[in-house]
Every structure is written in structure tokens, then in C-alpha cells.
Design a protein around this ligand. Sequence first.
Ligand SMILES: Nc1nc2c(ncn2[C@@H]2O[C@H](COP(=O)(O)OP(=O)(O)OP(=O)(O)O)[C@@H](O)[C@H]2O)c(=O)[nH]1
Length: 340
Amino acid sequence: MQEELLHSVVKLTKTRDVDSLESSLLSTIHEFIGCQEVSIYKSISLKDAADVECCLSLQVIEGKRYRWSQSEKVQSPSSELLSCLNSACIIAVQSNDGIERRWVPITLADKPIGAIAIVSKGLGSSEQVLLNAFCCIYENYLTILHENERDKLTGLLNRQTFDKKLKQLIEKQVLKHYKTTKSQQDRETHRETVSWLAMLDIDHFKRVNDNYGHVCGDEVLLILAQVMDGFFRATDLLFRFGGEEFVLVFEPATREEIESLLYKFVELVRITKFPFVNKLTVSIGVAKVGPYDFPIHVLESADKALYFAKENGRDQLCFYDQMEPPQTPSRDEDGDIDLF
Ligand SMILES: Nc1nc2c(ncn2[C@@H]2O[C@H](COP(=O)(O)OP(=O)(O)OP(=O)(O)O)[C@@H](O)[C@H]2O)c(=O)[nH]1
């Protein structure tokens, strides 16, 4: 038993990304603690505590068969899950048929960000100790992985993780696409709700540095990142690509939804009071992320649209497929930015 336990800890800490860490955690919990179901829930929004997603779930069906399910928005989270998320305390309830439901909070930087939920026939004290220990190992390792994926100044995702995260999103999209669309005609109609990538760049940022110095420039960058973090949903991927350039990846939405969201953001930046500078504006280039696109091509398209927005007055957004022909050359060709 001790040897197996050690192996499971080694296996858990061997993973290098959050998704494999989570599937490893659930299979380890299932292996060592008899349960019917074990799931990971995460808060999606900082503003609304009831906005919760079930990221991954392992369910035992008919003794030795399992079913995995992932990324499902929880329509009405149970009151126990919500109190676990709000209080960061373990909650356990037992029904008359002896089935126990237990929620163990997951915290990151002292903030509850989710919970592990386990359905069992009741856990003995040694099983509870084991479950809490697995959750602590997961939490500690999650903190390390989280720090490695983040930009040190702004706390947003860093450029090194971009390829991996975008590939994961595209893979999920392909899977969903095939699950939900049976015929070629269905696939055509589903193209309307694709994911979107936006490349965002601060206008005339050099002037901020030149007038007030690099340290003040850094503070402006930090505040802009906080504004972004507060405005977009937790499921949107926000990257700092370096300097004053950011990349945002949104989950499937219609063009109208993304356009309206980004217009609101451009307006929000315009009216936000930043330190030192009187006025700050951003330009944004937007491109579709289709299920069969290569990340580099999507990035190049968004970059061209961003260049177009800059060339045509800044403080605006431009969609790649709505640019006026002839298309402007990518800044990549000018040697202005280095894509990979
Ligand atoms: N403070 C700070 N400045 C940075 C950082 N990285 C890059 N920069 C600065 O960002 C500025 C980018 O300037 P440019 O590429 O000329 O673009 P811009 O002045 O924003 O003009 P447009 O993009 O054309 O609107 C340069 O002054 C860089 O030194 C950083 O990490 N911190």
C-alpha cells in the first residue's frame, strides 16, 4: 500500500500541465478511495460565485467501467458546492441511503478557486486523511504549474504556454464539432460559432516610457492587465505576449458577441483612469479560430488585422476577414514582431 501510494504521488507530480494533473488526480483518488464519482469544479467568474464549471469528472458505471466527462457548465450548482467555494471549508452530507457527498475546497494564493467533489458510501477516517492529502498535493503542484504558466509582471498567461493552450482549445473544438455535427451540412452551419483570437496592443506606448520611464510604463501595463482580468471571463485565455502586446482567446461565440464585447473593452480602456497618463487607448486585431486552423496562421491573421487597425487611426478593432483589400503587409514582414 505504501509503495503504491508513493508511486501515485510520483505519477501525480510527473505531469507538466494542469489538464493531465487533473485526470491523474481523479484516477488516483478513485484508485485509493472507493467512490462512485469524483469531479473537479472550478469557479468561472470572479463576479458571480454561482458561475461554476465541472472541468472533469470520473464516474463508475457497473462496477469496473468508467465514464469521463469534461468541461460542462453547471446550470444550478448545489448549495453545498457554493458554501464550500465561499467558505473554503470541507462540506459533507449523508443521505438516508448512506450515500455521502463531500466537497473539498481548492485554493490558489489563499483564494478558493474550486472544489473536489466525491460521491461514496461514506469515507472512514483514514480515507478522509488520504483524500485531504491528495487534494493538498494537487493544490501545491497546481500553484507551481500556475506560476510557470504566468507572466511575472501581470500574472496573465505567458507566451510560452500559448501554443499548448491554443492547441488544446482547437482539439476540444474538433471533438465537439464531430460529436455535435453528423453531416457535412451540419458542420457548415456550425461554423458560425467558432472561437476567436484577438491581438491587442497599447497605442503609442513608447511615449509613456519616454515621458515617465520604464517603471511607470510597467505600472500602466499591470493596471491594464487587471482591467482585462476583471472584464473578461475566467474561461477566456489572456496572454501577455511581451512588451505592450496581449493575446486573448475566446471560447466559441458569434461574431456579433465578440464584436460587442471587444467594443465595450476598447471603450472601457478609453474611460479608465491610468496613473501618469491622461488617456490610454488600445488597438485590436481579431481572427477566427476554426477547428482545423494552425495556431501560427490564426496569429498571423490577427496580427495583420491589428496592423490595419493601427494604420487606420488606432483606438479601434478590426476583424481580419473584414479588412479592406488589398491587405496590408504583416508587421512580421517588417521585422516589427517576431511570431515564434
Ligand atoms: N515599461 C515597459 N515597456 C516595454 C516593455 N516591453 C516593451 N516595452 C516598450 O514598449 C514600447 C513599444 O513601442 P513601439 O513598438 O514603438 O510601439 P508604440 O509606441 O506602442 O506605438 P504603436 O504600437 O504604433 O501605437 C517601446 O518603448 C518598448 O521599450 C516592458 O516590459 N515594460
